[in-house]
Every structure is written in structure tokens, then in C-alpha cells.
Design a binder for this molecule. Structure first.
Ligand code: ZN
Length: 306
């Protein structure tokens, strides 16, 4: 049985936005009655969970809305309901990570927020749920080392920046779009970031299809193996690499992305590594195609763990 954490309160009220917030509810509805999947509501994280990762000034800005520029650094309008919503989405990532330790696999029907830095948000990402979850489980003595496998379309710059002071955390980002200084870049050839011993990146050239993606994935997992064995894997299963996504220069269809997911799950299972996944980006105007990618991740998980 795969537990997926979702709460209607995940959807931050950011109005008409490129990020279709209703996709989370649509994914939850689509998987709710599927054999082998159980949807549960998570508890919200506490402010102290955020403060292990983010500065007091930034956390206070998101809670109170002031200073406004900092409260809106993730690039959508602040409102008083943002705070309870981000406590819940981060709670979803934490609940899934904790559940994965018991069950081997679990999911949060929320984003991982990989562009979020310690002292500000970027790219629609307020707090970095991946690192918040990892830190919370470390504080409880449940894990020591945690690896993030980030297969969102965009480079996971926030997680990479948080790796700098956390040798116990590994970030592998395989991406077809770059992201730097709160801007998305369509071309990945210019190097805008620096890899470190525990954060590695693998760029996919424009037009890359399944073979190039799986080859990069193999190199990414080999880099992770060189770093050492994690106690937990957090998998950022982005829907934005999909070929019809307005940001995607890649040539990946639903089958290709399901195969991507299957390879990640099969690797984690064969290595005996607990894995929790989150949904991440997806901007195809026909939201049913975004939902189909995320539901495909559940299909892939059920084919490996079911
Ligand atoms: Zn993305």
C-alpha cells in the first residue's frame, strides 16, 4: 500500500498563475480510489521545522507579509493564507518521508520547492520542503544521510545551495532548463552554477529524449553511489520535462516519463533505500496532461512496489 499525503489546504491562493495550483487536488482525486493507494492528510510542520533550514527573518516575512518584497521573493502575491498553506505542504513532504522509512515508499501530492534558499524564495518555491523534511527527520534521530534525486525540468538551485553547509545531504539534479538569480533560462549550455562534492548536476541538451534522460540518470545515480549510502531518498518527480510543457525543450512523452519514474523506483527498491516522492513543476496549459504525468508516477510506483 502506497500512502499519498494530500490536504485541500495545499493550494496556496495565488490566483491566476502559471502554476496550476488545482493540479494537486486533481491528482489526489485521480488516485483516491486506485487499488494500492491510500490518501491521508498530513500534519502541518511547526515553525521550528522551518527554522532548521530558513532564516528567522525570511520565515517571519512569510508569516506576516512584511517586508513584502521578501515575503513575495518566490514570485507570487503574499496573502495571510500563504502561511498555513506552506506549513501543510511542507508537512506533506515530511509525512511522506517519515512514512517511507516504515513502508519503503510514500508520496506527497505537493511540490518539493527546490528553488527555495535559506534566506529567500525563488521560482514559486517558498520553503524547501525536501530539506525541511530531511532536517526534521534528522532532528528526531530517524535518519543521518539523505539524498535528493531531482528530475524536475529545472536545475534545483535552492537545494544545491542548502547542501553547501550540509555534508550529510546529497543533491542530484538532472535538468533541461537552468535556473539562476530568480530567472529561468531555456538553454543549459552556459554553466551558471558550480557543482560540489555533495551536489551534482547533469544538463540535458535541447531535444533530449528517453535515451539521453536515462543515460544522465545512470550517471546521476552513480555519482550518488560514490558519495555514499543514504538512509532516505527524496525524489522530485517534475511534470515539466513533458514535451508539451511551455518551458520544456525536451522531447519526453508520458511513456518516457513513466519509464523515468520506474527506473528510479526500481533502483531504490533493489538497493533497499526508502524513497518518498513529491510532484514538483508542470505548466502544460491543458492541466489534464500535467495530472497524467503525476498519475503516471503512481502507476510506475505501483508497478515496482505494488
Ligand atoms: Zn520546474
Amino acid at each position: 500500500m502506497i500512502t499519498a499525503y494530500h490536504d485541500p489546504g495545499f493550494a496556496a491562493p495565488i490566483g491566476d498563475h502559471v502554476m496550476p495550483m488545482r493540479k494537486f487536488q486533481l491528482v489526489a482525486d485521480a488516485i483516491a480510489h486506485r487499488d494500492g493507494v491510500r490518501v491521508e492528510a498530513p500534519a502541518p510542520v511547526a515553525p521550528e521545522d522551518l527554522l532548521r533550514v530558513h532564516t528567522q527573518a525570511y520565515v517571519e516575512a512569510v508569516r506576516t507579509g512584511e517586508p513584502r518584497a521578501l515575503a513575495e521573493s518566490q514570485k507570487f502575491p503574499w496573502s495571510p493564507v500563504l502561511w498555513p498553506s506552506v506549513l501543510l505542504t511542507n508537512g506533506g513532504a515530511l509525512a511522506a518521508a517519515e512514512r517511507a522509512l516504515a513502508d519503503g515508499v510514500a508520496a506527497a501530492v505537493a511540490s518539493g520547492f527546490h528553488h527555495s534558499h535559506a534566506d529567500h524564495g525563488e521560482g514559486f518555491c517558498t520553503f524547501n520542503g525536501l530539506v525541511v523534511a530531511a532536517e526534521a527527520l534528522r532532528a528526531r534521530g530517524r535518519v543521518g544521510r539523505v539524498a535528493v534525486v531531482d528530475l524536475d525540468l529545472h536545475y534545483g538551485n535552492g537545494t544545491a545551495s542548502l547542501c553547501a553547509t550540509r555534508p550529510w545531504l546529497f543533491n542530484c539534479s538532472i535538468y533541461g532548463n537552468d535556473y539562476c538569480e530568480n530567472k529561468a533560462y531555456r538553454e543549459v549550455e552556459p554553466v551558471r552554477h558550480t557543482d560540489g562534492a555533495n551536489h551534482r548536476s547533469f544538463a540535458l541538451a535541447n531535444g533530449s529524449g528517453r535515451a539521453a534522460l536515462l543515460e544522465a540518470l545512470e550517471r546521476g545515480l552513480a555519482a550518488l553511489r560514490d558519495w555514499g549510502r543514504p538512509d532516505l531518498v527524496l525524489y522530485q518527480a517534475g511534470a515539466d520535462p513533458y514535451r508539451e510543457d511551455p518551458y520544456s525543450p525536451l522531447d519526453l512523452d508520458h511513456e518516457d516519463l513513466r519509464e523515468r519514474d520506474r527506473v528510479v523506483f526500481a533502483w531504490a527498491r533493489s538497493e533497499g533505500l526508502p524513497l518518498a516522492w513529491v510532484l514538483a513543476g508542470g505548466y502544460t496549459p491543458d492541466v489534464s496532461k500535467v495530472v497524467a504525468v503525476h498519475v503516471g508516477t503512481f502507476d510506475a510506483a505501483l508497478s515496482v512496489y505494488g
